[in-house]
Design a binder for this molecule. Structure first.
Ligand SMILES: NC(=O)c1ccc[n+]([C@@H]2O[C@H](COP(=O)([O-])OP(=O)(O)OC[C@H]3O[C@@H](n4cnc5c(N)ncnc54)[C@H](O)[C@@H]3O)[C@@H](O)[C@H]2O)c1
Length: 358
């Protein structure tokens, strides 16, 4: 428990340093964070609690941390239940239309893991469409300073080679009925809802498209590739590759990504969409597995096996790499944490929090 807090705290302090005076934009404000119990939610909670610990009592931020805990209640949330600057709201965004009036809305609630959104496609679409609509209606009726919507790099589908690295203008090559469509298409519609709530009602929405964020706090059974490989490592099993390993991805360490999300949230770029990722290195899944074996200094090998889910690879993009020129130029974002460093930090977290309990 204490170790979990330490890893998050190190990243939160790093982000406070990076944000500098811009963090003053949060002083005395109220923040509604949906998906607070998730991977990115955890880092936002730690960022705000660390910021609050530095502020005078009349400058404190109130954080409404909302989640329906569909994936369970993480241990660290207990710490925030005890704090009087946090209010934990155990609610499903699909079923509620009542939210606190706040200055900032960070909307990160969604079913984000491919394994789970394929098991629960209807709940996934409802959260991304009805849940988002409930929040946007609230923001229309009770104006806030800024609203951050978490879309995804998946809205680009499987881009052709001329659109890698992928710019925000690329319109996507996405199946509307494939096994990933519940997630991809509802996020696409979510973006359309957001830009039109901005145009028609002036809701100050910004959209971010995360490209494979990873790091401490991502659940080991999340079903995303980095946590899958670390699960193998922690269980001392050979690494399982459910493909030929040739598709490529880029990976953005979570503290870099949180820095980008905060810069976007605090900006005046209403109605804009930003890629958030780290374009370097673009690495094959097989090379990622090799790198993880190397940095963890284990004697494990890679086994290529067929996943029992026959649709596992359907519509899986061959390459995914962000063009981050827009966010770099408009907001000065620059990823700072190398893949090696980020993987080592993740390994430390998984070792200290999961070793012996799997
Ligand atoms: N982490 C990434 O690399 C990544 C990539 C692309 C997009 N995103 C998007 O960023 C956001 C956060 O991602 P994450 O990695 O933290 O995901 P996560 O799965 O770790 O967390 C999502 C949280 O949302 C909650 N939730 C789901 N449905 C809900 C509902 N109906 N009502 C209330 N709470 C609900 C879950 O309980 C969970 O705690 C999501 O919108 C996701 O689609 C993340």
């Amino acid at each position: 428990m204490s170790t979990i807090l330490n890893e998050f705290t190190l990243d939160a302090k790093d982000n406070l340093r990076r944000l500098g005076d811009k963090a003053n934009g949060f002083i005395g404000s109220k923040v509604l964070l949906t998906g607070a119990a998730g991977f990115l939610g955890a880092h936002f909670c730690h960022f705000f609690s660390n910021l609050n610990d530095k502020l005078n009592s009349n400058h404190k931020i109130i954080i409404y941390a909302l989640d329906n805990f569909i994936r369970g209640k993480p241990l660290w949330i207990e710490t925030f239940i005890k704090r009087n600057d946090f209010e934990i709201i155990d609610t499903d965004i699909i079923k509620t239309k009542t939210f606190p009036n706040v200055d900032y809305i960070i909307h990160a609630a969604s079913v984000a893991s491919p394994i789970f959104y394929r098991q629960k496609p209807i709940e996934t679409m409802d959260a991304n469409v009805i849940g988002l609509r409930n929040l946007l209606d609230h923001a229309k009726n009770s104006p806030c300073k800024s609203f951050l919507f978490f879309s995804t790099s998946e809205i680009y589908g499987d881009p052709d080679e001329f659109n890698i690295p992928t710019k925000e203008e690329y319109r996507g090559y996405v199946s509307s009925i494939g096994p990933r469509a519940s997630y991809d298409e509802s996020k696409r519609y979510g973006e359309t809802l957001c830009v039109n709530f901005f145009k028609q009602y002036g809701v100050p929405v910004k959209i971010v498209r995360p490209f494979n964020n990873y790091g401490p706090g991502m659940s080991l059974n999340d079903g995303r590739v980095v946590s899958d490989f670390f699960q193998n490592i922690i269980k001392n099993q050979n690494l399982e590759l459910f493909s030929d390993g040739k598709s490529t991805r880029t990976f953005c360490y979570v503290a870099d990504a949180i820095n980008a999300y905060l810069l976007v949230l605090l900006s005046k770029h209403d109605g804009h969409v930003f890629n958030v990722g780290n374009p370097k290195p673009e690495i094959s899944i097989e090379d990622l597995a090799k790198k993880i074996i190397q940095i963890t200094n284990t004697n494990l090998v890679i086994n290529k096996i067929k996943n029992s889910d026959i649709e596992y690879l359907t519509d899986n993009p061959k390459r995914r790499c962000p063009d981050i020129t827009k966010i770099s130029k408009m907001l000065g974002f620059k990823p700072l944490i190398s893949l090696e460093k980020g993987l080592l930090k993740s390994y430390r977290f998984y070792l200290e929090n999961y070793k012996g309990i799997l």
